[in-house]
Design a protein around this ligand. Structure first.
Ligand code: MGD
Ligand code: MGD
Ligand code: SF4
Ligand code: MO
Length: 718
């Protein structure tokens, strides 16, 4: 018998609706769900791989314990009891901060893991709480907190109505969009052009997105702040700004005088973008009927990530494009974590209320920058990390100076990983606790509905029941949290799993009913889990609507255009500019940037054969003239060396690259002994994060600075 199953894809941020055809409990086809108004039937090559992920013979289903004789299967109660006991013992002996937690990217695509993982972390009461946030979007959240008062008031490009889209450091053709949940992004970008608008890409690589753009301009990695300041300078000098009643006049004057120090004729020497281009972009941007400036990973994960996000928001603010149709807008999600009266209210944020022990890196939202994790494990003293819990993360491949972190985790007294793969990180754990996979649990997108280009909502039931005895992420965390609580209050532990009546879906049902589209708010939509269960293609809640000053979280309901924290970072930027002008470029020295490919997903989908066909993707991209100056030929092995490490990989010579800049994708490096990924091991590649530097950060936010790492290249001698 064939049945149809509808669900949204959880692999990237785009939330495409999928239609699965299931015959006798086997997925026989995966297609785009044409009835999903939000994703309009779109899907990419990864969506159908949910089937192969579910069927992957390497996927773990039951707990593994590391023993002298290798990995041994153990039952859940034994594993969870032993883990809870060890964690409590370690905290009793060394203090709460001796346990570190790292939550990886897929946890934000898994609402059960988020809801119950956070409870677990909260219960540990450790300062050593880390996540992929600080190798990603931390500057966005920080600037939302500083400028609008809430970390989740993240401005989203109104892509469907804008007429000028200025993209810095984002490659939505490969990533399918980020902090802009936008299925079918290619088509939506093309629609801008079809309605007479344009999109412009600023990137050190002529990316897939840039190739189809109306304009692409190369920029020297890490210099975007200079470019953005010059744009602002032109906007002021040519009277191209628009009045905004939510911005104080004195703040405007402050911004104007800061930008005046960076005229385009000065910054062109730093960025490589000409005065003429800066002036024209500023002019066209200000005159467009709806324009939006947007920056993503390339401008967040660089040394001036927070300054860039500030300047991007500022450009939107002073041209009348913040919280305005066709500009940068804000969602009103069905589960509203910004509403101060909401049942799922999230913290607005916090900054540097404490710092990391060794380097005093700033806390944000009760989290520390993950670049500090290795040194917190390796540096002896009061508060040293002795145990680590990772959940849905692969920090050995995804955080800066991965080799140092590998050394660090090998020295831990205890480590646990909640993950269904035995990979580069989890192989170091004493226990691996595998949760159910995506098709085996229900799904509500707690996070990406907040970042979507339309107000939209969807809930999907599991496609399959998990195998007898498997647990979901949330059940693992729920049991573990209770066991720890019992031990802390010196009560006996039960010999069976500890069940809870409060399920993730019950929590969401309550939040939906009390949310902005729920009966309690007087909305006619009557939002509830029941309604969503009966709407398997999702519910479209309309285009984004202006919401300021109502939703602003600042006390005076004004936008803080010039937060004092960013002003204090300008000196560092000025010094960097000076250094760039005076430093001589040595022969063979380059700036390293990253890249994504449509068929990769960070580090963890290289075990799916269909995604690994075609040319080797783990290559060093280099401009033909740079390659020829070094005598490097196509596919020849090149050694790349940075302050922290050295890796070898084949050259891919391409005019896509800016001169002096080379690019390596992240997420590879699967050749490590003990990794149990049959397919990925064959396409092992090398890890760029053995070159990126845990000491090179956006010093203001503490975010990792992956872009613009200085490296030297040499040919591997025969
Ligand atoms: N140099 C460089 N480094 C980067 C980046 C870059 O651009 N350049 N990008 C950064 C960014 S943006 C990010 S988000 C990070 C990602 O960094 P991480 O989140 O640390 O790494 P992932 O590769 O996403 O690893 C995800 C892990 O979760 C597991 N997993 C998948 N689904 C589930 C699930 O439902 N439950 C559980 N328990 N486990 C699951 C997978 O098996 C895998 O082990 O990498 C960062 N690292
Ligand atoms: N296929 C696929 N999709 C994904 C992912 C994946 O791994 N694969 N990962 C998901 C995740 S976790 C995230 S966070 C998003 C990221 O989504 P995006 O940010 O759109 O992804 P990237 O392709 O990393 O784009 C970053 C761009 O910044 C450019 N860049 C590098 N340095 C600089 C610089 O200094 N200045 C400027 N202006 N540009 C620079 C790079 O050349 C690159 O084109 O993608 C998500 N979607
Ligand atoms: S674009 Fe993203 S959400 Fe859509 S099918 Fe591909 S991986 Fe899934
Ligand atoms: Mo990310």
């Amino acid at each position: 018998m064939v049945r149809q199953h509808y669900r949204s894809c959880t692999l990237c941020e785009a939330m495409c609706g999928l239609r699965l055809e299931i015959e006798d409990d086997v997925v026989v086809a995966v297609r785009g769900d044409k009835e999903d108004k939000f994703s309009r039937g779109h899907l990419c090559a990864k969506g159908p791989e949910l089937k192969n992920l579910y069927e992957d013979p390497d996927r773990l289903k039951f707990p593994l314990k590391r023993t002298e004789n290798g990995w041994e299967k153990v039952d859940w109660v034994t594993a969870l009891t032993d883990i809870a006991t060890k964690l409590v013992e370690i905290q009793n002996k060394y203090g709460n901060d001796s346990i570190a937690v790292y939550s990886g990217n897929p946890s934000v695509h898994n609402y059960g893991s988020m809801l119950f993982g956070q409870r677990f972390i909260g219960r540990l009461r450790t300062k050593n709480n880390y996540s992929a946030t600080s190798v990603d979007q931390l500057p966005h959240q920080l600037l939302s907190y500083w400028m609008f008062g809430h970390q989740l008031l993240v401005p989203i490009p109104d892509i469907d109505r804008t007429n000028f889209f200025l993209i810095l450091g984002g490659n939505p053709f490969a990533s399918n969009g980020s902090l802009m949940t936008v299925p079918d992004v290619k088509k939506r970008l093309k629609e801008i052009q079809e309605r007479g608008g344009k999109y412009v890409v600023i990137d050190p690589r002529k990316t897939e997105t840039a190739v189809h753009a109306d304009e692409h301009h190369f920029i020297l990695p890490g210099t975007d702040a200079f470019f953005l300041l010059s744009i602002i300078d032109v906007l002021f000098k040519k009277n191209l700004t628009k009045k905004n009643s939510l911005i104080k006049e004195e703040d405007l004057l402050k911004l104007k005088s800061i930008a005046a120090q960076y005229p385009a004729n000065e910054t062109e020497k730093l960025t490589g973008i000409s005065v003429e281009t800066v002036e024209r972009i500023a002019f066209e941007f200000s005159k467009a009927n709806g324009a939006v400036c947007y920056g993503r990973v390339g401008v967040s994960t660089q040394a001036f990530g927070a300054l860039c996000q500030w300047l991007i928001n500022s450009i939107n603010c002073i041209t009348g494009n913040m919280d305005s149709v066709g500009g940068a807008m804000f969602t009103l999600p069905a589960v509203d974590m910004i509403d101060p009266k909401g049942v799922m209210k999230s913290s607005p944020g916090s900054f540097h209320t404490y710092g990391s022990r060794v380097r005093d890196l700033p806390e944000f939202n009760e989290e520390l920058p993950v670049a500090a994790l290795a040194e917190e494990i390796l540096t002896p003293g009061q508060g040293q990390v002795k145990a680590l819990v990772t959940s849905a993360g692969n920090p050995l491949l995804s955080t800066p100076n991965g080799s140092q972190l590998e050394k660090a985790v090998s020295s831990l007294e205890f480590m646990v990983s909640v993950d269904f793969y035995l990979n580069e990180t989890t192989k170091h754990a004493h226990y691996i606790l595998p949760p159910s996979s995506a098709l085996e649990h229900d799904h509500y997108d707690l996070v990406f509905n907040v970042f979507a280009v339309r107000n939209t909502v969807r809930y999907n039931q599991p496609a399959f029941e998990p195998e007898e005895g498997m647990l979901h992420d949330w059940e693992i965390f729920s049991d573990l949290t209770k066991r720890i609580e019992l031990l802390k209050s010196e009560k006996p532990l039960p010999k069976e799993l500890i069940k809870t009546k409060i399920t993730p879906s019950a929590i969401i049902d309550h939040a939906l009913k009390s949310g902005p589209y729920g009966e309690k708010s007087g909305s006619s939509v009557g939002m509830s889990l029941e309604l969503l269960k009966n709407s398997p293609h999702g519910v479209d809640l309309g285009a984004l609507k202006p919401c300021f000053p109502d939703r602003l979280w600042t006390e005076d309901k004004m936008i803080r255009l010039v937060p004092k924290e960013v002003v204090s970072d300008l000196d560092r930027l000025a010094k960097y500019g000076q250094k760039l002008l005076t430093d001589k470029k040595e022969n063979g020295s380059f700036l390293l940037i990253g890249r994504r490919h449509l068929r990769n997903n960070n580090s963890w989908m290289h075990n799916l054969p269909k995604l690994m066909t075609g040319k080797d993707r783990c290559t060093l991209m280099i401009h033909p003239e740079d390659a020829s100056a070094l005598g490097i030929k196509e596919e020849e092995e090149v050694l790349v060396e940075s302050r922290v490490g050295k890796i070898g990989l084949p050259a891919e010579i391409t005019e896509e690259m800016m001169r002096g800049v080379v690019s390596i994708p992240h997420g590879f490096g699967h050749a490590k002994e003990g990794v149990s990924l049959q397919v990925a091991s064959k396409f092992a590649g090398s890890s760029i994060n053995d070159l990126t530097d845990d000491q090179v950060l956006d010093e203001l936010s503490g975010n990792a600075a992956f872009s613009g790492i200085p490296v030297s290249l040499s040919k591997r001698s025969a």
